[in-house]
Design a protein around this ligand. Structure first.
Ligand SMILES: [Zn+2]
Ligand SMILES: [Zn+2]
Length: 495
């Protein structure tokens, strides 16, 4: 209430779909990786070696970590100081993932790393880690002088299964572009069962010098139009080094490149194979379909942080439908829950009928904040459905109130909500039905007291939440949980 911008949204046709995918790239990556069936095997312990790179390691390392953890198969730690590694610090890990390109680590750490892989730990190298120690420059100088390849740390090149060269044809890449990566060895566990190819947008490394023992798993055609070689370049490979299994991916220039689903699946499978020698069949667990939510807005301004309430969860799939398109047509087949965050006094008869039909069909309804001021003159809405009303003539609001909110019921909807200190808008002198079940209360004098309740409406589950004016509420973990629980509970998904 208050700060009514008066300009009703008339965005017919402007249908905004809010998928329950987080906006941040890393969280999206997270959702791209497959989940594991109910009884996951013991976690595979992975150590990521990072901390220096000629790429954005501060972004890529967390992205790699998240995509591994999201698969449910790995427990991941990160070191930003690989120079401090010893045999003892490497001991707990099943696989070492190198996202590093920088100075040498020194004799002790390098021999600990080499010995760990030789004696059977998995190793995985991403993108620039294939020339981790500036070998192109070192080699260039060396090759000019001697015409021979002799890397600064020869064992590293043998572990990776190849190296860069400054001599013609020089190792490098053409223009970054979209291309298709084709699995050429589909009998290998990393590739087995996957589609023949995947598309990515990345740098396409070319003229890498493979060493004996490198088994090429996938290649991509390096288009001369993109300054490529016109050849199929090996991009993914497996290497045996002593007892250790090694997976190298030339892909992964940045987190945008790491977003490609094909990058995620090849990386996750590559790490699993390097660690265990096998890749368990990746069958996504059977999860129930997400709750289909229609979020109704219009008639009142709000901050964009409101939409974040519906993001980042795979059990809620929300569509924002502003007025006047909100109640067009029969809603019963399309949605499980309606969330009201609009503020309006009139609906035409057809729209009223669609809304009533939805409620009478036993669907979920969640009425947030200024939507409590909806339809003052429509007794079915205020008295029967919501069990409360902000009366435009009598009720009052106050902004920026810092208040204590306490749970006052034992109800699944309050799970994880807890008592909270929150800065939000209060309403006072509302009409609240004596039949409601109050869930949350505040004793702040600017409020009536009840700030969340369940309506006595018998045909469906209706939750009213007075809180939620602005960003301070939208980002409050207690408030977020409350709204998300209200959606799930009203859909019958919480017992
Ligand atoms: Zn408000
Ligand atoms: Zn790069």
């Amino acid at each position: 209430m208050g700060r009514v911008n008066g300009d009703r949204e008339r965005q017919s046709g402007n249908r905004v779909k809010v998928f329950l995918r987080a906006s941040a790239a890393i969280v999206a990556l997270l959702l791209a990786a497959p989940l594991w069936p109910d009884a996951p095997p013991a976690p595979i312990r992975v150590l990521i070696l990072s901390g220096r790179n000629n790429h954005e390691w501060r972004q890529t390392t967390p992205a790699l970590r998240v995509m591994l953890e999201r698969s449910g198969r790995f427990e991941v730690r990160v070191t930003e100081e690989p120079a401090g590694l010893t045999g003892a610090t490497l001991e707990p890990y099943d696989a070492l993932l190198v996202d590093y390109n920088g100075p040498r680590w020194g004799e002790a750490a390098e021999s600990a790393f080499e010995a760990a892989v030789r004696s059977g730990k998995g190793a995985v190298f991403v993108h620039a880690a294939s020339y981790a120690f500036g070998e192109l420059e070192v080699l260039g100088e060396h090759q000019r002088r001697t015409g021979r390849f002799e890397p600064a740390w020869p064992a590293y090149a043998r572990i990776v299964g190849g190296h860069w060269s400054a001599a013609a044809p020089r190792t490098g890449h053409g223009k970054r572009h979209s291309f298709s990566v084709r699995w050429t060895d589909r009998r290998h566990p990393i590739a087995a069962g996957l589609p023949q190819s995947f598309t990515t947008n990345d740098e396409l490394y070319h003229n890498i010098r493979l060493l004996p023992g490198a088994r090429v798993l996938a290649t991509a055609f390096d288009d001369p139009k993109q300054n490529g070689t016109g050849k199929d370049e090996p991009l993914l490979r497996a290497v045996q080094y002593g007892e250790g299994r090694v997976f190298h991916t030339a892909l992964g220039h940045d987190i945008a490149a790491m977003m490609a689903p094909g990058f995620v699946s090849s990386l996750v499978r590559g790490v699993e194979w390097a660690a265990t020698g096998a890749v368990a069949a990746v069958t996504p667990p059977q999860k129930p379909a997400p709750v289909r939510v229609m979020v109704v807005t219009g008639g009142h301004g709000h901050e964009p942080s409101f939409y974040s309430l519906f993001e980042g969860r795979d059990d809620i799939a929300a569509t924002v439908n502003p007025h006047p398109i909100a109640f067009r047509g029969d809603l019963r087949k399309r949605y499980d829950v309606i969330v009201f965050y609009d503020m309006l006094q009139q609906l035409d008869e057809a729209q009223q009928k669609n809304l009533r039909d939805f409620a009478e069909a036993g669907k979920g309804l969640v009425v947030l904040h200024h939507a409590l001021a909806n339809y003052n003159a429509w007794a079915w809405w205020t008295q029967e459905l919501v069990g409360g009303s902000y009366r435009l003539k009598e009720s009052k609001f106050q902004h920026d109130v810092e208040m204590d909110v306490q749970p006052v019921a034992d109800h699944p909807l309050l799970r994880g909500v807890g008592p909270m200190r929150i800065e939000d808008e209060t309403y006072k002198e509302m009409w609240i039905s004596p039949g409601v079940k109050v869930l949350l209360k505040t004793d702040h004098p600017a409020s009536d007291g009840p700030v969340a309740w369940i309506s006595p409406y018998a045909n469906s589950r209706v939750v009213a939440i007075q809180l939620g004016h602005g960003r301070t509420a939208h980002v409050h973990p207690g408030y977020r949980r409350l709204v998300q629980n209200a959606i799930l509970w009203s859909a019958g998904r919480m017992k």
